[in-house]
Design a binder for this molecule. Structure first.
Ligand code: GTP
Ligand code: MG
Length: 193
């Protein structure tokens, strides 16, 4: 049974004018293309293909809004750092993300999804900077933890914690093996208050 039985997709926005009303609280999932944002959302909400996943990085170029319960939302933001996008696509992304942070008073926190094998990149560090500027709490999911051996994953967790310091909390996560789901749900629930 899902902890979020009333969860439903609201809409996909290509620009700020299409965002849902800025009321209640929402948590945004951000991260590099293909990091596992949509998969993490599906696992946390416990619904298969709730947020659409893909093997082709850079597919989600829209801001997808989901309602968990009245006044509580999840937002799947388009991924960054995909090498093969054009300059104009990159500019569209920057405008959309910039507008998102600028206009949403309802953001209660960010979930930053980072592939555990890759660690934090420049885009991720930019997001940490934005979060600091807007005074938003950040929780990092080190995703695809199933791809590493236990010891390697523990080392990656330590390294990421050292790197982000006070700027974020960090945990290991696997959508495939459902590792770290309870911790992620707890953190999400707290951000939504
Ligand atoms: N092994 C493993 N693969 C995963 C995990 N999470 C996601 N993946 C795979 O990684 C790929 C990308 O996952 P998505 O959830 O679509 O990633 P995304 O960050 O939403 O990607 P974009 O929307 O394109 O930015 C898919 O092929 C997933 O099946 C995980 O925990 N373990
Ligand atoms: Mg996605």
């Amino acid at each position: 049974m899902s902890q979020f039985p009333k969860a439903r997709f609201l809409l996909s926005a290509a620009s700020a004018s299409q965002f849902v009303p800025d009321e209640g609280t929402e948590v945004a999932f951000v991260g590099r293309s293909n990091a596992g944002k949509s998969s993490a959302i599906n696992t946390i909400v416990n619904r298969r293909q709730f947020a659409r996943t893909s093997k082709t990085p850079g597919r989600t170029q829209l801001v997808n809004f989901f309602e968990l319960s009245e006044g509580q939302r999840l937002v799947d933001l388009p991924g960054y750092g995909f090498a093969r996008v054009s300059d104009s696509m990159r500019q569209d992304w920057e405008r959309l993300i910039g507008d998102y942070f600028e206009t949403r008073g309802s953001i209660g926190g960010l979930f930053l999804i980072v592939d555990v094998r890759r660690g934090l990149n420049d885009g991720d560090l930019q997001i940490l900077g934005l979060a600091e500027a807007y005074e938003l709490p950040v929780h990092v999911l080190l995703s695809k933890a199933d791809k590493l051996k236990r010891g390697q994953a523990a080392t990656a967790l330590q390294a990421a914690r050292r790197e982000v310091g006070e700027r974020a909390t960090v945990q290991l996560f696997s959508a495939l093996k459902r590792t770290g789901v309870d911790e992620a749900r707890d953190r999400l629930t707290r951000c939504l208050k």
